[in-house]
Design a protein around this ligand. Structure first.
Ligand SMILES: Nc1nc2c(c(=O)[nH]1)N[C@H]1C(S)=C(S)[C@@H](COP(=O)(O)OP(=O)(O)OC[C@H]3O[C@@H](n4cnc5c(=O)[nH]c(N)nc54)[C@H](O)[C@@H]3O)O[C@H]1N2
Ligand SMILES: Nc1nc2c(c(=O)[nH]1)N[C@H]1C(S)=C(S)[C@@H](COP(=O)(O)OP(=O)(O)OC[C@H]3O[C@@H](n4cnc5c(=O)[nH]c(N)nc54)[C@H](O)[C@@H]3O)O[C@H]1N2
Ligand code: SF4
Ligand SMILES: [Mo]
Length: 736
């Protein structure tokens, strides 16, 4: 008998409400739930990944039982073992590392997919006195933007475009590909007459339809935004009343903005001064407006400065916490956040002081976090989770050099570091040298091929879901486990909470994980609002928690001054520039003219691919056939000059290495800019070394840098969107 279960898909940022058709515990198909209140654009009826749910679930490559390495690291030899044995041995391995090197020698890495139950993972590490040596994509994704927002305006609104928004600014983001829920809101706002400003070096679909498109030189956003600030102040376009009453440091900002007249911003960014003026005027005249900041800025060396300037603009024109503007929603007022479920184990300052990178990247580490959250705690009834993260690139260096101390074990959860982190060669050496490396994933990814153990993870189809994006999302969404996560003899998957709890038990910390299952844990979160998880899925399923505006009038903003901090007192206290300034990226024609003679093109990477989620789904044939090869976009003039035709394989080379992708001629890039896809590996190639599923062939991160010297000094962000490269035709395309 076919039953229809209600779930929430998290194979991308859509978090779509989905109906899962199940026959006697076997997955039949998953389809869009037309009654789900938050819909996406395009609708998930068109989503290839969702259509492939069954192909994914029962794929022959899927890891279905815990695997233990049976040969040398990277030899591709594996033995299936029981969960009991795997968890016993992993706990034993961790204990051995602790005995030999101390608890700080443990680390973990997280990817983008798996964020919701993180607080309960960091719990075990805290109990073990580990200084939270956890590194991940979050160094460039989400934490910088949420933390800068938290510091400047006291809450991160997590993309607050609404049908009532009058001006949308896409700042290094293409939500039509990357954020299907935001795209739906944008579609409605634009239908209602909203203006759209796009700041992007690439003519995205949004840019091609925008009212104003600023085609800037990659990495120059801080100059463009400060140019806009200059215009808004000099032309008196700001909201005087709001600025006087609710902004801190206007006079200081005014001084700083004088350094960025539009002509100067134009000279830096290659955007005409008139276009910068027009953008400023359109933004100021069409209120309320909301910005969507994306990886085009977060993956820049200067990300903190750009994010700060972005919040200054929002504050100047009075867009903060108004309907259709930057709605500062905050966590649900009564439902428990994951953070609150953490049994109270205090972080010990002397332990956290050892966190890798904390001494250098002070804003994102413990120093900044403490300052930011103490102010937020004053205003908000409950706080979203703020991960105190280590600096990934510094952590890999600690693995390799033992400086400042040895890091010898890593647990990787929903992350493919060998493919998605820059400086692949260094990450490879680090992963290979670990005493204990555990990967929790669905597949034997290139990273997993270097592991000692691979643990098979349960996906959304087989685990309960309760989604509020760590308290930041304006929606709460819930779904049931539609299919069993374990069928004896066929497959045995576990969700991460179960894995983490089992490990904690092996360290004698089971009491800190009192909920036996993830569903019990969700019951505990929902108890204050009178639901069990089961009831919530049946009766509510998707809840909007926004709709309260100008809360600052009662409480002040959740910042040290109680105002929106144009001048950041937190940055000041941490010895950073309290106002945004423009800084040339480490590797450009301007900063390295000699290098630019050899590598004359600017390489930007990772613009999202609709069919794929980062390094995911390459093994799913029905998806792969739609986008079989990695594509590098090259301006046709440049291609003609270099003798490259559409569809040719070309080498993309930086001073760090080279990889091959297929040329796609595209006149939406300036002749000196090249855009390469990220996330590429070839599951069909052998897993053992030297192939590692073709990780060295087309993975653009081989070409990118992660040296702490080139990272943002506040956030530690590494540049994935600016590098100097050369390109040339690959004579033949023969695989090893
Ligand atoms: N050059 C370049 N590199 C980039 C970027 C770029 O723009 N350019 N973007 C960066 C950004 S913003 C991000 S967020 C990162 C993403 O980096 P990653 O998070 O590493 O990317 P994914 O490929 O999505 O996920 C890694 C693995 O997680 C597994 N997985 C998915 N869901 C789950 C789950 O629920 N549980 C478990 N245990 N495993 C799961 C997948 O099978 C996959 O193998 O990439 C970054 N890398
Ligand atoms: N289908 C799909 N959806 C995804 C993902 C996926 O892999 N696949 N990944 C998810 C994740 S984790 C994230 S973080 C989001 C990210 O999604 P977005 O924030 O939209 O980020 P990107 O697509 O990396 O880059 C957006 C734009 O930045 C531009 N850009 C490059 N350099 C610069 C620059 O210097 N300045 C400016 N202003 N723009 C620049 C690029 O041309 C690109 O069009 O997408 C999420 N959604
Ligand atoms: S993959 Fe993304 S767009 Fe497709 S159904 Fe899942 S969440 Fe929605
Ligand atoms: Mo991301």
């Amino acid at each position: 008998m076919v039953e229809v279960k209600k779930s929430v898909c998290n194979w991308c940022k859509g978090e779509c409400g989905v109906l899962v058709h199940v026959n006697n515990g076997r997955l039949v198909k998953a389809t869009n739930d037309p009654d789900f209140p938050e819909q996406t654009w395009p609708r998930s009826t068109a989503c290839l990944r969702l259509k492939a749910a069954r192909e994914f679930f029962y794929h022959l490559d899927r890891v279905n039982f815990p695997l233990k390495r049976a040969g040398e690291k990277g030899e591709g030899k594996w033995r299936a073992i029981s969960w009991e044995q795997a968890l016993d041995e992993i706990a034993e391995g961790m204990k051995k590392v602790i005995r030999q090197y101390g608890p700080e020698a443990l680390s973990f890495t997280l990817g983008t997919a798996y964020k919701q139950e993180n607080p309960l993972m960091t719990r075990l590490f805290t109990l073990l006195n580990n200084p939270l040596n956890f590194a991940s994509a979050t160094n460039v994704c989400f934490w910088p933007r949420s933390m800068v927002a938290n510091a400047i305006v006291g809450m991160f609104p997590h993309f607050s475009v609404r049908p009532s928004t009058k001006c949308i600014v896409s700042l290094g983001a293409e939500p039509l590909v990357s954020r299907p829920t935001t795209a739906e809101q944008m579609r409605q706002a634009i239908k209602n007459g909203a203006k759209h400003i796009v700041i992007d070096p690439r003519r995205t679909y949004s840019a091609s339809k925008a009212d104003v498109w600023l085609q800037l030189r990659p990495g120059t956003d801080a100059a463009v935004l400060m140019g806009m600030v200059n215009v808004i102040i000099e032309e008196g376009l700001y909201d005087r009343e709001f600025v006087e009453r609710w902004c801190h440091g206007f006079e200081e900002l005014k001084q700083r903005a004088r350094e960025y007249p539009p002509e100067k911003a134009a000279a830096i960014s290659d955007v005409p001064a008139e276009t910068i003026q027009e953008a400023a005027r359109v933004y100021a005249a069409n209120r309320p407006g909301a910005m969507i900041e994306g990886m085009g800025i977060e993956e820049l060396t200067s990300n903190a400065e750009v994010l700060h300037a972005r919040w200054i603009l929002a504050a100047l024109v009075g867009n903060l916490d108004v309907e259709g503007g930057e709605e500062l929603t905050g966590p649900h007022p009564t439902m428990l956040t994951m953070k609150e479920l953490e049994p109270r184990v205090d972080f010990k300052p002397e332990v956290l002081a050892k966190q890798i990178g904390a001494d250098r990247f002070k804003f994102l580490a413990i120093h900044g976090q403490r300052m930011i959250s103490s102010n937020m705690g004053r205003v908000w009834p409950r706080l979203p989770w703020q991960g105190i993260i280590a600096h990934g690139p510094s952590m890999w260096r600690a693995v390799l050099t033992g400086n400042p101390y040895p890091v010898r074990a890593t647990i990787t959860i929903g992350n493919n570091p060998l493919v998605t982190l820059p400086n692949t060669k260094l990450v490879y050496k680090a992963l290979k040298s670990l005493d204990l490396f555990v990967v929790i994933d669905y597949w034997r990814t290139p990273s997993a091929e270097l592991a000692d153990y691979i643990l098979p993870s349960a996906c959304w189809l087989e685990r309960p879901m309760l989604w509020d994006f760590q308290g930041y999302d304006r929606w709460i969404k819930a779904g049931e486990a539609a299919v069993p996560s374990s069928v004896p003899g066929l497959y045995e998957h576990k969700n991460e909470y179960e894995i983490w709890r089992e490990l904690a038990i092996r360290f004698g910390y089971g009491d800190y994980y009192p909920w036996k299952t993830l569903e019990e844990l969700f019951d505990a979160r929902l108890k204050p609002i009178g639901y069990t998880h089961r009831n919530y899925v049946d009766k509510v399923r998707c809840e909007w928690k926004g709709g309260h505006y100008k809360k600052y009038e009662k409480t002040g903003f959740a910042t040290p001054t109680g105002k929106a901090e144009l001048y950041s007192t937190i940055m000041d206290k941490l010895d950073y520039d309290p106002l945004p300034h423009y800084q040339e990226s480490a590797e450009t024609k301007v900063s390295q003219p000699e290098l630019a003679k050899e590598y004359p093109y600017v390489l930007i990477t990772g613009g999202r691919i609709r069919q794929y989620y980062h390094s995911d789904f390459r093994q799913i044939d029905s998806v792969r056939k739609v986008h079989p090869d990695p594509l590098v976009q090259i301006n046709p003039q440049t291609a003609a000059k270099l003798g490259i035709a559409d569809g040719d394989w070309v080498w993309i080379e930086t001073k760090r290495g080279r990889v091959r992708q297929k040329a796609e001629l595209f006149d939406g890039l300036k002749p000196d800019v090249v855009h390469a896809e990220h996330g590429w590996w070839y599951p069909e190639l052998p897993g053992e070394e030297p192939w590692l599923h073709g990780v060295w062939e087309s993975n653009i991160n081989v070409c990118l840098d992660d040296d702490p010297e080139v990272c943002n000094s506040l956030t530690g962000a590494y540049p994935l969107k600016t590098a100097l490269c050369r390109i040339y035709r690959a004579k033949s395309y023969a695989r090893p």
